[in-house]
Design a protein around this ligand. Structure first.
Ligand code: PCA
Length: 202
């Protein structure tokens, strides 16, 4: 059996849901002959990565795709890069903030994601799902998770491709907010399924 690990995050900063966790529940169990291993992760710097090495050992996956909420973005945005820094005024789910903290002292300044981000954006647009490449995953927990994954893959010379997909708020999340972008969860689901198809058919 071939495996792809797909992760989402728990809600954070007062939100009742996290669309990345909601979309995980809607994904099929297999795609293109790959079994999808779905995992919800805590929005906590570095601890978000704690269970990933075990999953890698257990399943020897070909791909690891992380998904997270980027509230305010209007499109599905595959991230190009993760940078070696934690820096945020917003607390994580352990109530901690970080200022200019290097994630890995012996790590590169940045790692590029290893999934085909341009092909993904093209295919999503063909399906009329708004999408664009993002050149920054920020300096909060999502960047931290992608950095940790790419660092681990690099240091252990693993044959795993990894990437991060940021998704907008769902419509439900913005009904009581001001003028802020959102997307239907069903479109987000089509988007993520399409992305997994593109990745696994390379
Ligand atoms: N989004 C946050 C962390 C968890 C999530 O879903 C981020 O973009 O860093």
């Amino acid at each position: 059996m071939k495996y792809i690990i797909v992760t989402g995050f728990e809600p954070f900063l007062g939100e009742e849901i996290n669309p990345s966790l909601e979309v995980l529940k809607l994904l099929p169990d297999t795609i293109n002959g790959y079994k999808i291993i779905k995992k919800g992760l805590p929005v906590i710097f570095n601890k978000c990565f704690n269970e990933i090495p075990e999953l890698i050992n257990e399943y020897n996956p070909k791909y690891i795709i992380h998904i997270g909420q980027a509230g305010g973005r209007s499109k599905i945005t595959p991230e190009r890069v993760a940078i070696n820094i934690d820096d945020t005024c917003s607390v994580d789910n352990e109530n901690k903030t970080y200022t200019d903290v290097i994630i890995k002292q012996d790590g590169e300044k940045a790692y590029f994601s290893s999934i085909p981000i341009k092909k993904i954006v093209e295919r999503l647009k063909q399906k009329s799902i708004p999408a664009s490449i993002s050149n920054s995953a920020g300096t909060y927990v999502c960047n931290n998770l992608l950095y940790n994954s790419l660092y681990y893959i690099d240091k252990n010379s693993l044959d795993i491709k990894a990437g991060f997909i940021h998704i907008p708020f769902t419509n439900e999340q913005v009904v009581n907010k001001g003028n802020i972008a959102s997307m239907n969860l069903s479109d987000i689901k089509i988007g993520i399924e399409t992305i997994l198809e593109v990745i696994t058919s390379e």
